[in-house]
Design a protein around this ligand. Structure first.
Ligand SMILES: *Cc1c(COP(=O)(O)O)cnc(C)c1O
Length: 448
């Protein structure tokens, strides 16, 4: 029987002891990364910037990978994250009993998003391998804050290249990172060759994740004591996030309900992977027939309008080439508030899942997302991150479509983070100044 409860809790003993690796379950073998120039990749190039354990996980054929005890101990401070039924939202939408909405809330972590789920193991593995400093990029500041916390916990210095548009829009995220002890720069900077090159082409550049990644990788590659950490896209990052979906499956069992559709917003693909990949496994086990839906902004529609091909992960060509959906590594999307969704490419695992027909993707406008976010805040009480609002928009649209068709539908979406540092974006929305941008509003560096 369906539970009348709202909140489906688990205690810390229910934190999964292994991550789920989707690689052995994909329909086709994983396409290997290539060198920046498109030739074969020299493993030494990866070893110069990543810990060996993450490189191993990147290509691992093992379906389940043990989570180190020291990592589980930190997970225990904020996990399992809650799964809730959105009863007040359902009521506000006037949904029939057969259409139900659940959400898995990652905003309870100290950074306010899902990102610590991978920042913690990455900092741990770097520490184990003798690294004293990690350089990284951040968009909205969520990843930078997560890594800053993990760095503080494991005693590693963190240097963050923050996309300039977010650095200016979100001073509080910068202050948060600095409070945890990190050093933060507005990217593009004059500190790296990559940054200087972009400023030469466009002195007013608002930056992009692709540019900030170039800068952070350049710093890591040039110093032996420094590694680089990425907060999304790569296989080991998606792997670390799979605790979300494993917990959600157990919590939905407590709710005595099974989702017909599982939804997550997609920037580089990690929170979507975290929630959806364990459901993909559940489908292979014949226990679920859920549709898996990724949601992206119309201003940066990688999965819905990009090409499936090898491309660089960054602007300057410091990173390997990955087979993924991409808008081109020199594409800089319009400055929408969902900074974490402004990446030109996507996770190779998510891309391959889409290419193989294992998931769907939709693109939505930012004003429609903010409308959904405000409705959610006023009914469920949580102020969503602008990124997460994309998943809320799609969840509401699914619910209304089911209602219109007279169908039952159980919807589970990932609420990847809270928006308590995104109040300037909400102010702009409420004053009616927020605009929609499509793909064409982005610019291609160098004016090609
Ligand atoms: C970074 C971020 C995203 C986008 O990144 P993914 O790797 O696609 O999950 C989404 N939501 C929040 C709250 C974020 O911080």
């Amino acid at each position: 029987m369906l539970s009348e409860k709202t909140r489906f809790g688990l205690d810390e003993t229910a934190i999964p002891e292994q991550w789920y690796n989707i690689i052995p379950d994909l329909k086709s073998p994983l396409a290997p990364p290539l060198a920046p120039d498109g030739g074969p990749l020299d493993p030494g190039q990866l070893a110069a910037i990543f810990p060996m354990e993450c490189i191993k996980q990147e290509m691992s054929p093992e379906r389940y990978i043990d989570i180190p005890g020291a990592v589980i101990d930190v997970y225990k401070t904020y996990r399992p994250s809650p799964l809730l039924r959105a009863k007040q939202l359902e009521k506000d939408l006037g949904l029939p009993a057969g259409v139900r909405i659940y959400y898995k809330y990652e905003g309870v972590s100290p950074a306010g998003s899902h990102k610590p789920n991978t920042a913690i193991p990455q900092a741990y593995y770097n520490k184990q391998e003798g690294i004293t400093k990690i350089s990284t990029e951040t968009g909205a500041g969520q990843w930078g804050s997560a890594l800053a916390i993990a760095g503080a916990l494991f005693g590693i210095d963190i240097e963050v290249f923050m996309v300039k548009v977010s650095f200016e829009q979100k001073p509080y995220r910068r202050i948060l990172m600095e409070t945890y002890g990190a050093t933060v720069h507005a990217s593009p900077t004059n500190l790296t060759d990559s940054g200087r090159r972009v400023l030469g082409l466009d002195p007013d550049s608002t930056g992009s994740l692709g540019i900030a990644i170039s800068e952070a990788v350049e710093v890591a590659a040039s110093r032996p004591d420094t590694n680089y950490a990425l907060g999304s896209v790569l296989n080991h990052v998606c792997l670390h996030q799979t605790i979300i979906g494993q917990e959600a499956i157990a919590q939905m069992e407590l709710a005595a309900d099974e989702p017909d559709v599982v939804i997550g917003c997609v920037g580089g693909g990690s929170n979507f992977s975290g929630l959806a990949f364990p459901y993909y496994r559940r489908k292979l086990d014949g226990k679920s027939s859920a549709r898996l839906v990724g949601v992206e902004p119309k201003a940066c529609p990688t999965l819905t309008a990009g090409e499936y091909r090898y491309d660089l992960g960054d602007e300057a060509g410091m990173t390997p080439q990955l087979l993924m959906y991409t808008l081109g590594h020199d594409f800089v999307p319009a400055g929408i508030h969902a900074g974490g969704l402004r990446f030109h490419g996507d996770s190779p695992l998510v891309s391959q899942l889409l290419h193989d027909g294992g998931m769907e993707a939709v693109a939505v406008d930012q004003t429609a997302c903010f409308a959904a976010a405000v409705q959610f805040a006023r009914t469920e009480g949580i102020l969503p991150a602008p990124e997460s609002s994309h998943a809320i928009r799609a969840a509401i649209d699914e619910a209304l479509a089911a209602q219109a068709a007279g169908e039952d539908r159980v919807i589970l979406f990932g609420l990847s983070g809270h928006g308590n540092f995104d109040l300037a974006a909400y102010a702009q929305y409420m004053s009616g100044d927020l605009k929609d941008f499509d793909y064409a509003a982005g610019v291609v560096l160098g004016g090609k």
